[in-house]
Design a protein around this ligand. Structure first.
Ligand SMILES: [Zn+2]
Length: 323
């Protein structure tokens, strides 16, 4: 983070930018990073760069390199986390597998975890693949049985509620909307929810800034945090920002082929061919509610930070520290 006069918030807030190196970053990722750093500037928060490399089969060195190149190009400097690709060894999620196992153990101790031996085909035949119907909930498949995933029995759990600083009051009925979600994958790796929640806890993250597409994930993770008694995450401030839309009005995503930033070897020249940093700053400012004309064509990062300084989040009372 560049050093500027910080906002009027004084408590020790910590947030993170947590990209997955399974593809090149696109404009939606850039907007997410700029909002995270903009809010960090506004609230005087520290920014951790956390690279979610757990699924090593999908990680490629050029995707990793691209994260630092894009952050650098946008003028964003995290306060903590790996500063170069070579520092990934010590910051890798694989160094924290023991934490994830501990969290899984805590959840098993609640008596709500069961093994699911359903095949992909069985799940597809069951209809709505995004909500598991609970086939294995009472089958007593041993947790140790190889090739099974672990699910959380969400039956009878209260809806999750919080006040989101951007989206306002939230009520998410996980049992009804998501059902018994997976917490450990068939290959034995912890599910995304486990690694993300465990890492946020380990790093003391108390300001979580995410795209609106992850609001359901936040609900699931709050449910897990409550079951495991993880208080920092439960009392964190959550900010789910609107997503940058593509020209077709659809969400930008790697799978949908959103234009990568710096796809080829000649990184700097390709970055010059795509939208400039100024255009990314203007997009982020618009998401924050600034009039497009309020940022100059050749906007600098400092112009964007001023937008964050002068605009409140839609639900600022969700921030316990506002003066
Ligand atoms: Zn099953």
């Amino acid at each position: 983070m560049v050093q500027h006069t910080r906002g009027k918030y004084t408590a020790a807030l910590r947030t993170r930018f947590a990209p997955t190196p399974s593809g090149f970053l696109h404009a939606g990722n850039a907007a997410n990073a700029l909002i995270i750093f903009g809010l960090a500037y506004k609230f005087g928060a520290k920014v951790l760069l956390r690279i979610d490399d757990l699924d090593s089969a999908r990680v490629r060195p050029e995707y990793l390199d691209n994260i630092w190149q894009v952050l650098d190009w946008l003028g964003l400097k995290p306060d903590e986390g790996p500063a170069t690709p070579s520092e990934m060894v010590q910051w890798s999620q694989h160094q924290r597998l023991v934490n994830y196992t501990l969290l899984l153990d805590q959840l098993v101790a609640t008596g709500r975890v069961y093994a699911c031996s359903c095949s992909r085909n069985q799940l597809l035949q069951a209809g709505n693949a995004s909500r598991y119907p609970g086939n294995c909930r009472h089958k007593n498949v041993p947790l140790e049985q190889p090739g099974t995933s672990w699910r959380l029995n969400t039956e009878g759990l209260d809806p999750v509620t919080w006040t989101d600083a951007w989206q306002g009051p939230q009520i998410i009925d996980i049992a009804r909307e998501q059902g018994d979600f997976i917490i450990r994958r068939k290959d034995g790796l912890p599910a995304y929810h486990i690694a993300s929640l465990s890492d946020d806890t380990a790093f003391g993250i108390n300001l979580a800034v995410r795209g609106l597409d992850l609001i359901g994930s936040t609900g699931a993770q709050l449910l897990l945090a409550k079951l495991a008694g993880l208080t920092v995450f439960q009392s964190a401030v959550f900010v789910h920002h609107p997503l940058l839309k593509g020209a077709d009005g659809q969400k930008l995503s790697k799978s949908a082929g959103a234009a990568a930033i710096g796809r080829k070897a000649a990184q700097s020249s390709l970055m010059e061919q795509g939208p400039s940093p100024a255009e990314h700053y203007r997009s982020a400012a618009a998401l924050m509610g600034a009039e497009p004309a309020s940022l100059p064509e050749q906007a600098q990062l400092t112009d964007l930070l001023q937008v964050f300084q002068s605009h409140d989040l839609p639900h600022p009372h969700a921030l316990p520290l506002s003066l």
